[in-house]
Design a protein around this ligand. Structure first.
Ligand code: PAF
Length: 282
């Protein structure tokens, strides 16, 4: 596997190829990222991953500075997973000047849920993803890019961006990988202390229970069920931002009978200083 730090080197290495399979990441890789690399592998003629902690998607009070940076270990894992090329740009390479041109995704999708609790987050994500796409796919007839479903809303935002800008890129959404107790794998799990790590599995349990309750009530009062689910987590010491039942297609609250459309239960909550997110399709 080649490791490159500049856009010019990246493009030089990609020039013999026609369909890159790309897995963008912020590093501190776990089995979820590795599963994405393995899934993406057969879908292109070269497999590329990027590691870049993108300041633009962090609010000033968030964990940009402390985000775990583990480049050497990540590179070893990527190579073992069959990745051919790792793009690990320095900040000045991707942002040589203040990024004054930004992608502002449609507010209907990006101001709710994560976008509501992390204002500007999807502007930062969309901007860096478009930039990474332009680094990887410029001049390519087509490509595929893989994102994890743990960041469910991010997948929808990226899919819509790709569609609306007519980018010749297929988006692959990989299933969330979980620890044995059900906790969704995330780079931020590294922040949890041992007691928090045990408690952390309760978020997945709460989401499953909410999904179960929504499905089994005949005419569920979703707002009441969601409030109960949040209160139950809060009683255990969590600070929930949301636990909610939404339509998979646009993340709006379901309009008709629940059985009539594919749904997803999404949640975000803080445990100690660590904010975790998770979801289940039902
Ligand atoms: O999901 C992530 O790790 C990041 O949001 C991404 C897509 C790499 C953009 O920085």
């Amino acid at each position: 596997m080649h490791i490159v730090h500049t856009i010019a080197e990246l493009r030089a290495h990609l020039s013999p190829f026609k369909r890159p399979a790309f897995v963008p990441t912020m590093g501190n890789l776990h089995d979820g990222h590795i599963a994405l690399v393995k899934q993406a592998n057969p879908l292109g003629d070269v497999t590329v991953s990027s590691i870049f902690v993108n300041r633009l998607q962090f609010a000033p009070n968030e964990d940009f500075e402390s985000y775990p940076r583990t480049l050497d270990a990540d590179a070893q894992r990527l190579e073992a997973a069959g990745c051919n090329l790792l793009f690990a740009p320095r900040e000045k390479e991707l942002y040589p000047e203040p990024q004054t041109y930004k992608v502002h995704p449609a507010t209907d999708l990006s101001d709710m849920l994560e976008g509501h609790f992390r204002p500007g987050f999807f502007i930062g994500v969309s901007t860096v993803v478009l930039k990474l796409f332009s680094c990887v796919y410029a001049g390519m007839p087509s490509g595929v890019a893989a994102f994890g479903k743990k960041d469910y809303q991010q997948v929808l935002v990226v899919r819509r961006m790709v569609r609306q800008f007519a980018l010749p890129i297929d988006i692959l959404a990989g299933e969330t990988q979980r620890a044995e107790d059900g906790l969704a794998l995330s780079s931020r799990n590294a922040y949890l202390n041992p007691a928090e790590r045990i408690e952390a599995a309760q978020l997945a349990k709460a989401l499953k229970a909410l999904g179960e309750a929504a499905r089994t009530c005949n005419t569920p009062d979703l707002a009441a069920l969601e409030a109960q689910a949040m209160q139950a987590l809060a009683r255990r010491g969590w600070k929930p931002d949301y636990l909610t039942v939404r339509r998979r297609a646009d993340l709006l609250p379901p309009q008709g009978p629940l059985a009539s459309e594919p749904l997803v239960i999404l949640g975000a909550a803080k445990l100690g200083n660590t904010r975790l997110i998770d979801n289940f399709e039902i």
